[in-house]
Design a protein around this ligand. Structure first.
Ligand SMILES: Cc1ncc(COP(=O)(O)O)c(C=O)c1O
Length: 484
Protein backbone atom coordinates (compact mmCIF):
# COMPACT_ATOMS: atom_id res chain seq x y z
CA UNK A 1 0.00 0.00 0.00
CA UNK A 2 1.35 3.39 -0.95
CA UNK A 3 2.23 5.67 1.94
CA UNK A 4 -0.09 8.65 2.06
CA UNK A 5 2.54 11.13 3.11
CA UNK A 6 5.87 11.35 1.36
CA UNK A 7 9.09 10.93 3.31
CA UNK A 8 10.50 14.26 4.31
CA UNK A 9 7.14 16.01 4.43
CA UNK A 10 5.96 17.53 7.68
CA UNK A 11 4.10 15.03 9.88
CA UNK A 12 0.38 14.99 9.27
CA UNK A 13 -0.05 15.20 13.03
CA UNK A 14 2.08 18.32 13.41
CA UNK A 15 0.55 21.75 13.90
CA UNK A 16 2.01 25.19 13.46
CA UNK A 17 3.05 27.02 16.63
CA UNK A 18 0.24 29.55 16.02
CA UNK A 19 -2.35 26.80 15.75
CA UNK A 20 -1.02 25.04 18.88
CA UNK A 21 -1.30 28.28 20.84
CA UNK A 22 -4.77 28.93 19.54
CA UNK A 23 -5.98 25.46 20.54
CA UNK A 24 -4.28 25.74 23.93
CA UNK A 25 -5.97 29.06 24.63
CA UNK A 26 -9.32 27.60 23.59
CA UNK A 27 -8.93 24.63 25.96
CA UNK A 28 -7.70 26.82 28.81
CA UNK A 29 -10.60 29.22 28.28
CA UNK A 30 -13.09 26.38 28.59
CA UNK A 31 -11.43 25.09 31.76
CA UNK A 32 -11.26 28.51 33.36
CA UNK A 33 -14.90 29.21 32.47
CA UNK A 34 -15.93 25.96 34.11
CA UNK A 35 -13.96 26.58 37.30
CA UNK A 36 -15.04 30.23 37.57
CA UNK A 37 -18.68 29.18 37.15
CA UNK A 38 -18.60 26.16 39.47
CA UNK A 39 -20.74 27.88 42.09
CA UNK A 40 -23.66 27.93 39.66
CA UNK A 41 -23.16 24.43 38.30
CA UNK A 42 -24.69 21.36 39.93
CA UNK A 43 -22.38 19.36 42.18
CA UNK A 44 -23.75 16.29 40.42
CA UNK A 45 -25.65 15.87 37.23
CA UNK A 46 -27.15 12.49 36.54
CA UNK A 47 -27.72 10.76 33.25
CA UNK A 48 -28.34 7.30 31.90
CA UNK A 49 -26.14 5.12 29.75
CA UNK A 50 -28.69 5.37 26.98
CA UNK A 51 -28.78 9.17 27.11
CA UNK A 52 -24.98 9.26 26.96
CA UNK A 53 -25.01 6.87 24.02
CA UNK A 54 -27.34 9.26 22.21
CA UNK A 55 -25.17 12.26 23.04
CA UNK A 56 -22.08 10.54 21.69
CA UNK A 57 -23.75 8.95 18.67
CA UNK A 58 -22.68 9.84 15.16
CA UNK A 59 -19.01 10.44 15.90
CA UNK A 60 -16.93 9.19 13.01
CA UNK A 61 -13.30 8.65 14.00
CA UNK A 62 -12.29 8.56 10.31
CA UNK A 63 -13.36 12.16 9.83
CA UNK A 64 -11.39 15.14 11.15
CA UNK A 65 -13.41 17.52 13.30
CA UNK A 66 -12.66 21.11 14.26
CA UNK A 67 -11.02 21.36 17.70
CA UNK A 68 -13.49 24.03 18.85
CA UNK A 69 -16.43 21.77 17.95
CA UNK A 70 -14.88 18.92 19.92
CA UNK A 71 -14.36 21.18 22.93
CA UNK A 72 -18.03 22.17 22.69
CA UNK A 73 -19.02 18.52 22.58
CA UNK A 74 -16.85 17.63 25.57
CA UNK A 75 -17.70 20.60 27.76
CA UNK A 76 -21.39 20.74 26.87
CA UNK A 77 -22.41 17.11 26.38
CA UNK A 78 -19.94 14.85 28.13
CA UNK A 79 -17.99 16.31 31.04
CA UNK A 80 -20.92 17.90 32.93
CA UNK A 81 -22.41 14.47 33.64
CA UNK A 82 -21.37 12.92 36.90
CA UNK A 83 -19.86 14.64 39.90
CA UNK A 84 -17.79 17.78 40.04
CA UNK A 85 -15.46 16.73 42.84
CA UNK A 86 -14.02 20.25 42.92
CA UNK A 87 -17.43 21.88 43.52
CA UNK A 88 -17.54 23.88 46.77
CA UNK A 89 -20.48 21.81 48.02
CA UNK A 90 -19.16 18.43 46.92
CA UNK A 91 -18.70 16.92 50.38
CA UNK A 92 -19.14 13.26 49.40
CA UNK A 93 -16.65 10.37 49.42
CA UNK A 94 -13.18 12.00 49.45
CA UNK A 95 -13.30 15.23 47.45
CA UNK A 96 -10.49 16.34 45.17
CA UNK A 97 -10.05 19.99 44.41
CA UNK A 98 -6.89 20.61 42.42
CA UNK A 99 -5.19 23.98 42.27
CA UNK A 100 -4.70 25.69 38.92
CA UNK A 101 -0.88 25.39 38.96
CA UNK A 102 -1.36 21.68 39.69
CA UNK A 103 -3.64 21.35 36.67
CA UNK A 104 -1.10 23.14 34.49
CA UNK A 105 1.57 20.84 35.92
CA UNK A 106 -0.18 17.86 34.33
CA UNK A 107 -0.28 19.69 31.01
CA UNK A 108 3.43 20.52 31.18
CA UNK A 109 4.22 16.93 32.19
CA UNK A 110 2.40 15.62 29.13
CA UNK A 111 3.96 18.13 26.78
CA UNK A 112 7.62 17.95 27.78
CA UNK A 113 8.75 14.73 26.16
CA UNK A 114 10.21 13.32 29.34
CA UNK A 115 10.34 9.65 30.28
CA UNK A 116 9.99 9.34 34.05
CA UNK A 117 10.83 5.62 34.25
CA UNK A 118 14.61 6.01 34.16
CA UNK A 119 17.27 8.51 35.16
CA UNK A 120 18.59 8.98 31.63
CA UNK A 121 15.01 9.45 30.43
CA UNK A 122 14.26 12.21 32.87
CA UNK A 123 17.22 13.27 34.99
CA UNK A 124 15.81 16.73 35.66
CA UNK A 125 12.35 15.43 36.34
CA UNK A 126 13.60 12.51 38.47
CA UNK A 127 15.49 14.99 40.64
CA UNK A 128 12.25 16.93 40.99
CA UNK A 129 10.36 13.81 42.10
CA UNK A 130 13.14 13.10 44.61
CA UNK A 131 12.78 16.66 45.85
CA UNK A 132 9.03 16.23 46.36
CA UNK A 133 9.55 12.87 48.08
CA UNK A 134 12.15 14.60 50.25
CA UNK A 135 9.46 17.08 51.37
CA UNK A 136 7.14 14.19 52.21
CA UNK A 137 9.91 12.50 54.24
CA UNK A 138 10.41 15.65 56.21
CA UNK A 139 6.68 16.16 56.84
CA UNK A 140 6.25 12.53 57.92
CA UNK A 141 9.38 12.50 60.08
CA UNK A 142 10.80 9.68 57.96
CA UNK A 143 14.57 8.95 57.94
CA UNK A 144 17.00 10.03 55.22
CA UNK A 145 17.34 6.49 53.87
CA UNK A 146 13.61 6.09 53.34
CA UNK A 147 12.42 6.12 49.73
CA UNK A 148 9.24 6.31 47.78
CA UNK A 149 7.62 6.96 44.49
CA UNK A 150 4.59 8.69 43.10
CA UNK A 151 1.92 6.36 41.81
CA UNK A 152 -1.58 6.50 40.39
CA UNK A 153 -3.31 6.53 43.78
CA UNK A 154 -3.68 5.05 47.21
CA UNK A 155 -4.77 1.62 46.01
CA UNK A 156 -1.61 1.13 43.97
CA UNK A 157 0.54 2.47 46.80
CA UNK A 158 -0.89 -0.08 49.23
CA UNK A 159 -0.40 -2.83 46.66
CA UNK A 160 3.26 -1.84 46.24
CA UNK A 161 3.67 -1.72 50.03
CA UNK A 162 2.38 -5.27 50.28
CA UNK A 163 4.76 -6.41 47.51
CA UNK A 164 7.66 -4.84 49.42
CA UNK A 165 6.64 -6.33 52.76
CA UNK A 166 6.12 -9.77 51.20
CA UNK A 167 9.54 -9.72 49.52
CA UNK A 168 11.24 -8.45 52.66
CA UNK A 169 9.53 -10.55 55.29
CA UNK A 170 8.48 -13.75 53.51
CA UNK A 171 11.10 -14.18 50.79
CA UNK A 172 10.59 -17.32 48.71
CA UNK A 173 7.87 -18.77 50.97
CA UNK A 174 5.06 -16.23 50.79
CA UNK A 175 2.02 -18.48 51.06
CA UNK A 176 2.02 -19.00 54.81
CA UNK A 177 1.99 -15.22 55.32
CA UNK A 178 -0.97 -13.58 57.06
CA UNK A 179 -2.28 -10.04 56.56
CA UNK A 180 -4.23 -8.05 59.17
CA UNK A 181 -6.55 -5.07 58.84
CA UNK A 182 -9.52 -3.70 60.74
CA UNK A 183 -13.12 -3.93 59.62
CA UNK A 184 -12.86 -0.17 58.89
CA UNK A 185 -9.86 -0.53 56.55
CA UNK A 186 -10.22 0.66 52.97
CA UNK A 187 -11.13 -2.04 50.45
CA UNK A 188 -7.81 -1.47 48.68
CA UNK A 189 -6.05 -3.53 51.39
CA UNK A 190 -8.07 -6.67 50.67
CA UNK A 191 -7.89 -6.01 46.93
CA UNK A 192 -4.08 -5.75 47.10
CA UNK A 193 -3.93 -9.07 48.97
CA UNK A 194 -6.16 -10.72 46.37
CA UNK A 195 -4.17 -9.31 43.45
CA UNK A 196 -1.03 -10.80 45.00
CA UNK A 197 -2.71 -14.17 45.30
CA UNK A 198 -3.21 -14.36 49.05
CA UNK A 199 -6.29 -16.49 49.65
CA UNK A 200 -9.07 -14.98 51.76
CA UNK A 201 -8.14 -17.23 54.68
CA UNK A 202 -4.77 -15.46 54.90
CA UNK A 203 -6.47 -12.10 55.37
CA UNK A 204 -7.70 -11.37 58.91
CA UNK A 205 -10.29 -8.65 59.19
CA UNK A 206 -10.33 -7.70 62.87
CA UNK A 207 -13.45 -6.12 64.29
CA UNK A 208 -12.70 -2.42 64.93
CA UNK A 209 -13.01 -1.14 68.51
CA UNK A 210 -15.71 1.25 69.71
CA UNK A 211 -13.75 4.18 68.32
CA UNK A 212 -13.70 2.44 64.88
CA UNK A 213 -10.00 1.75 65.27
CA UNK A 214 -7.76 -1.29 64.91
CA UNK A 215 -7.13 -2.53 68.44
CA UNK A 216 -3.47 -3.31 69.28
CA UNK A 217 -4.52 -6.06 71.69
CA UNK A 218 -6.81 -7.66 69.08
CA UNK A 219 -3.91 -7.56 66.62
CA UNK A 220 -1.51 -9.11 69.13
CA UNK A 221 -4.00 -11.90 69.91
CA UNK A 222 -4.65 -12.66 66.24
CA UNK A 223 -0.92 -12.76 65.52
CA UNK A 224 -0.32 -15.16 68.42
CA UNK A 225 -3.17 -17.43 67.29
CA UNK A 226 -1.81 -17.57 63.75
CA UNK A 227 1.69 -18.35 64.98
CA UNK A 228 0.24 -21.28 66.89
CA UNK A 229 -1.30 -22.52 63.66
CA UNK A 230 2.14 -22.48 62.06
CA UNK A 231 1.38 -19.44 59.90
CA UNK A 232 3.61 -16.38 59.41
CA UNK A 233 2.00 -13.08 60.38
CA UNK A 234 3.81 -10.41 58.34
CA UNK A 235 1.68 -7.39 57.40
CA UNK A 236 -0.72 -5.17 59.35
CA UNK A 237 -2.54 -2.33 57.63
CA UNK A 238 -3.53 0.52 59.93
CA UNK A 239 -5.45 3.63 58.93
CA UNK A 240 -4.55 7.24 59.55
CA UNK A 241 -7.94 8.59 58.56
CA UNK A 242 -10.41 5.79 57.82
CA UNK A 243 -12.66 6.47 54.86
CA UNK A 244 -15.94 6.07 56.73
CA UNK A 245 -15.32 8.04 59.93
CA UNK A 246 -11.85 9.58 59.67
CA UNK A 247 -10.71 7.48 62.64
CA UNK A 248 -6.97 7.23 63.23
CA UNK A 249 -5.76 3.87 64.51
CA UNK A 250 -3.50 3.99 67.61
CA UNK A 251 -0.32 4.11 65.54
CA UNK A 252 2.21 4.20 68.39
CA UNK A 253 0.71 1.19 70.14
CA UNK A 254 0.33 -0.69 66.86
CA UNK A 255 3.98 0.06 66.07
CA UNK A 256 4.92 -1.45 69.47
CA UNK A 257 3.00 -4.66 68.69
CA UNK A 258 4.39 -4.87 65.16
CA UNK A 259 7.97 -4.29 66.28
CA UNK A 260 7.64 -6.94 68.95
CA UNK A 261 6.10 -9.44 66.55
CA UNK A 262 8.23 -8.70 63.50
CA UNK A 263 5.12 -7.65 61.55
CA UNK A 264 5.40 -4.97 58.85
CA UNK A 265 3.26 -1.98 59.81
CA UNK A 266 1.73 -0.25 56.83
CA UNK A 267 -0.26 2.92 57.46
CA UNK A 268 -2.91 3.90 54.95
CA UNK A 269 -2.77 7.67 55.32
CA UNK A 270 -4.18 8.16 51.83
CA UNK A 271 -6.37 11.08 52.69
CA UNK A 272 -5.40 11.88 56.28
CA UNK A 273 -1.62 11.91 55.96
CA UNK A 274 -1.19 15.50 54.84
CA UNK A 275 -2.81 16.67 58.07
CA UNK A 276 0.72 16.27 59.52
CA UNK A 277 1.32 19.71 58.06
CA UNK A 278 -0.93 21.16 60.75
CA UNK A 279 -0.50 21.16 64.52
CA UNK A 280 -3.73 19.35 65.40
CA UNK A 281 -3.11 16.87 62.59
CA UNK A 282 0.40 16.14 63.82
CA UNK A 283 -0.95 15.38 67.28
CA UNK A 284 -3.62 13.07 65.86
CA UNK A 285 -1.12 11.21 63.68
CA UNK A 286 1.44 10.59 66.42
CA UNK A 287 3.38 7.41 65.64
CA UNK A 288 2.97 7.68 61.85
CA UNK A 289 6.76 8.03 61.52
CA UNK A 290 7.18 4.54 63.00
CA UNK A 291 5.37 2.83 60.11
CA UNK A 292 7.39 0.57 57.79
CA UNK A 293 5.49 2.05 54.87
CA UNK A 294 2.89 4.75 54.29
CA UNK A 295 0.27 5.37 51.60
CA UNK A 296 -0.37 9.02 50.78
CA UNK A 297 -2.69 10.49 48.18
CA UNK A 298 -1.68 13.99 47.10
CA UNK A 299 -4.83 13.94 44.92
CA UNK A 300 -6.87 14.11 48.12
CA UNK A 301 -5.78 16.56 50.84
CA UNK A 302 -2.85 18.05 48.95
CA UNK A 303 -5.15 19.45 46.27
CA UNK A 304 -3.61 17.77 43.21
CA UNK A 305 -5.39 16.56 40.08
CA UNK A 306 -5.97 12.81 39.68
CA UNK A 307 -3.73 10.79 39.52
CA UNK A 308 -1.33 11.43 42.38
CA UNK A 309 -0.73 8.70 44.93
CA UNK A 310 2.46 7.95 46.81
CA UNK A 311 4.15 5.10 48.63
CA UNK A 312 6.85 5.87 51.18
CA UNK A 313 8.98 3.04 52.57
CA UNK A 314 11.01 3.53 55.74
CA UNK A 315 14.06 1.53 54.57
CA UNK A 316 14.30 2.58 50.95
CA UNK A 317 16.51 -0.31 49.85
CA UNK A 318 13.68 -2.72 50.61
CA UNK A 319 11.48 -0.98 48.05
CA UNK A 320 14.18 -1.18 45.38
CA UNK A 321 15.04 -4.80 46.07
CA UNK A 322 11.36 -5.80 45.93
CA UNK A 323 10.81 -4.25 42.51
CA UNK A 324 14.10 -4.11 40.68
CA UNK A 325 14.27 -6.45 37.69
CA UNK A 326 16.65 -5.70 34.84
CA UNK A 327 16.36 -6.40 31.13
CA UNK A 328 19.05 -6.30 28.44
CA UNK A 329 17.04 -3.77 26.47
CA UNK A 330 17.39 -1.46 29.49
CA UNK A 331 21.18 -1.84 29.80
CA UNK A 332 21.71 1.72 28.58
CA UNK A 333 19.77 3.00 31.56
CA UNK A 334 22.17 1.45 34.09
CA UNK A 335 24.34 4.37 35.04
CA UNK A 336 25.80 4.46 38.50
CA UNK A 337 22.57 3.51 40.21
CA UNK A 338 23.42 0.71 42.58
CA UNK A 339 19.98 0.59 44.12
CA UNK A 340 20.83 3.19 46.70
CA UNK A 341 17.70 5.25 47.13
CA UNK A 342 19.17 8.66 47.72
CA UNK A 343 22.75 9.07 46.66
CA UNK A 344 22.72 7.74 43.13
CA UNK A 345 20.84 8.21 39.92
CA UNK A 346 17.39 6.79 40.49
CA UNK A 347 15.49 4.76 37.96
CA UNK A 348 11.94 5.12 39.23
CA UNK A 349 11.04 2.02 37.22
CA UNK A 350 13.02 0.12 39.89
CA UNK A 351 10.70 1.28 42.65
CA UNK A 352 7.31 0.11 41.55
CA UNK A 353 5.24 -1.89 39.09
CA UNK A 354 5.36 0.68 36.27
CA UNK A 355 8.27 1.36 33.97
CA UNK A 356 6.64 3.98 31.76
CA UNK A 357 4.82 6.35 34.10
CA UNK A 358 3.56 9.88 34.16
CA UNK A 359 5.49 12.76 35.66
CA UNK A 360 3.30 13.32 38.70
CA UNK A 361 5.81 15.28 40.77
CA UNK A 362 5.62 18.19 38.38
CA UNK A 363 2.17 19.29 39.46
CA UNK A 364 2.99 18.88 43.15
CA UNK A 365 6.25 20.80 42.85
CA UNK A 366 4.72 23.54 40.75
CA UNK A 367 1.72 24.15 42.98
CA UNK A 368 3.62 24.03 46.27
CA UNK A 369 6.47 26.19 45.01
CA UNK A 370 4.00 28.66 43.53
CA UNK A 371 1.78 29.17 46.55
CA UNK A 372 4.27 28.25 49.28
CA UNK A 373 3.47 25.50 51.76
CA UNK A 374 1.83 27.91 54.19
CA UNK A 375 -1.22 28.28 51.97
CA UNK A 376 -1.64 24.52 51.72
CA UNK A 377 -1.31 24.22 55.49
CA UNK A 378 -3.92 26.95 55.93
CA UNK A 379 -6.39 25.16 53.64
CA UNK A 380 -5.96 21.84 55.46
CA UNK A 381 -6.47 23.68 58.76
CA UNK A 382 -9.58 25.28 57.31
CA UNK A 383 -10.98 21.84 56.41
CA UNK A 384 -10.38 20.62 59.95
CA UNK A 385 -12.00 23.75 61.40
CA UNK A 386 -15.01 23.58 59.07
CA UNK A 387 -15.61 19.96 60.09
CA UNK A 388 -15.50 21.00 63.75
CA UNK A 389 -17.99 23.74 63.12
CA UNK A 390 -20.20 21.36 61.12
CA UNK A 391 -20.21 18.89 64.02
CA UNK A 392 -21.22 21.70 66.43
CA UNK A 393 -23.94 22.83 64.05
CA UNK A 394 -25.29 19.27 63.79
CA UNK A 395 -25.16 18.80 67.56
CA UNK A 396 -27.17 21.98 67.99
CA UNK A 397 -29.68 20.93 65.32
CA UNK A 398 -33.11 19.70 66.34
CA UNK A 399 -33.39 17.72 63.13
CA UNK A 400 -30.06 15.90 63.14
CA UNK A 401 -27.90 13.93 65.57
CA UNK A 402 -24.13 13.65 65.47
CA UNK A 403 -22.84 10.07 65.29
CA UNK A 404 -19.05 10.45 64.85
CA UNK A 405 -16.55 13.20 64.42
CA UNK A 406 -15.25 15.61 63.65
CA UNK A 407 -12.29 13.38 62.79
CA UNK A 408 -9.83 14.58 60.14
CA UNK A 409 -12.50 16.47 58.23
CA UNK A 410 -15.17 13.74 58.44
CA UNK A 411 -18.50 14.04 60.28
CA UNK A 412 -21.19 11.32 60.39
CA UNK A 413 -24.76 12.02 61.45
CA UNK A 414 -28.38 10.95 61.05
CA UNK A 415 -31.86 12.34 61.40
CA UNK A 416 -33.29 9.70 63.70
CA UNK A 417 -35.94 8.96 61.08
CA UNK A 418 -34.29 5.73 59.96
CA UNK A 419 -32.29 4.58 56.97
CA UNK A 420 -34.95 5.09 54.31
CA UNK A 421 -35.59 8.66 55.43
CA UNK A 422 -31.89 9.56 55.54
CA UNK A 423 -31.17 7.86 52.23
CA UNK A 424 -34.00 9.91 50.72
CA UNK A 425 -32.46 13.13 52.08
CA UNK A 426 -29.07 12.24 50.61
CA UNK A 427 -30.71 11.46 47.29
CA UNK A 428 -32.76 14.65 47.31
CA UNK A 429 -29.64 16.74 47.88
CA UNK A 430 -27.92 14.89 45.05
CA UNK A 431 -30.82 15.42 42.66
CA UNK A 432 -31.09 19.09 43.56
CA UNK A 433 -27.52 19.67 42.34
CA UNK A 434 -27.01 22.02 45.32
CA UNK A 435 -24.40 19.79 46.86
CA UNK A 436 -23.48 16.21 47.45
CA UNK A 437 -22.81 14.08 50.50
CA UNK A 438 -22.41 10.33 50.67
CA UNK A 439 -23.47 7.79 53.24
CA UNK A 440 -21.77 4.96 55.05
CA UNK A 441 -22.43 2.58 57.92
CA UNK A 442 -21.22 3.15 61.43
CA UNK A 443 -21.66 0.14 63.70
CA UNK A 444 -23.89 -1.31 61.01
CA UNK A 445 -26.22 1.72 61.02
CA UNK A 446 -26.78 3.96 58.00
CA UNK A 447 -25.34 7.45 58.48
CA UNK A 448 -24.97 10.53 56.33
CA UNK A 449 -21.39 11.72 56.04
CA UNK A 450 -19.69 15.03 55.33
CA UNK A 451 -16.09 15.03 54.15
CA UNK A 452 -14.70 18.53 54.15
CA UNK A 453 -11.36 18.78 52.42
CA UNK A 454 -12.00 20.93 49.42
CA UNK A 455 -10.16 24.25 49.60
CA UNK A 456 -13.03 25.89 47.72
CA UNK A 457 -15.58 25.06 50.44
CA UNK A 458 -16.63 27.91 52.75
CA UNK A 459 -18.78 27.79 55.87
CA UNK A 460 -21.83 28.98 53.94
CA UNK A 461 -21.47 25.96 51.63
CA UNK A 462 -21.34 23.52 54.53
CA UNK A 463 -24.28 25.22 56.22
CA UNK A 464 -26.35 25.17 53.04
CA UNK A 465 -25.79 21.42 52.69
CA UNK A 466 -26.65 20.79 56.35
CA UNK A 467 -29.82 22.90 56.00
CA UNK A 468 -30.88 20.83 52.99
CA UNK A 469 -30.31 17.64 54.95
CA UNK A 470 -32.28 18.91 57.95
CA UNK A 471 -35.47 19.04 55.91
CA UNK A 472 -37.55 15.88 56.02
CA UNK A 473 -37.68 14.04 52.73
CA UNK A 474 -41.19 14.05 51.44
CA UNK A 475 -43.00 13.60 48.15
CA UNK A 476 -42.79 16.57 45.81
CA UNK A 477 -39.58 18.00 47.26
CA UNK A 478 -37.25 16.66 44.60
CA UNK A 479 -36.02 18.87 41.77
CA UNK A 480 -33.83 16.96 39.40
CA UNK A 481 -30.68 18.67 38.06
CA UNK A 482 -30.89 17.82 34.38
CA UNK A 483 -31.11 14.06 34.89
CA UNK A 484 -32.05 13.09 31.38
C1 LIG B 1 -8.22 5.70 53.39
C2 LIG B 1 -8.16 5.41 51.92
N1 LIG B 1 -7.27 4.53 51.45
C3 LIG B 1 -7.17 4.24 50.13
C4 LIG B 1 -8.00 4.84 49.22
C5 LIG B 1 -7.87 4.48 47.76
O1 LIG B 1 -7.20 5.49 47.11
P1 LIG B 1 -7.26 5.65 45.50
O2 LIG B 1 -8.70 5.85 45.17
O3 LIG B 1 -6.41 6.84 45.26
O4 LIG B 1 -6.72 4.40 44.91
C6 LIG B 1 -8.95 5.77 49.66
C7 LIG B 1 -9.85 6.42 48.69
O5 LIG B 1 -10.71 7.16 49.02
C8 LIG B 1 -9.03 6.05 51.04
O6 LIG B 1 -9.93 6.92 51.52
Amino acid sequence: MEARSSFGAMSELELTPERMREMGYQAVDRLVERIAGLEDLPAWQGTTREAMRRRLAGADPERPTAFGALLDELFDSVLPYGTSTDHPRFLAFIPSCPTWPGILGDLIAAGSGIYPGTWIGSSGYAALELEVLGWFKEWLGYPEDSAGLLMSGGSMATLAALVTARATRLGAEPWSGVIYASSEAHSSVVRAARILGFPDDRIRILEADRGFRLSPSALAEAVAADRERGLRPFFAAAAAGSTSTGAVDPLDELADVCEREGVWLHVDAAYGGFAVLTEPGRALLRGLDRADSITLDPHKWLFQPFEAGCLMVRRGRELVSAFRVSGTYLQDTELSDAGAPDDAEVNFGDRGPQLTRSARALKIWLSIRHFGLGRFRAEIEKGLALAERAAERIEASEALELVTGPLLGVVCFRSGGGEAEDAARVRRLLDSGIGMVSSTRVGGEYVMRLCIMNHRTRWEDVERVIEELERPAGPGTITVAGAS
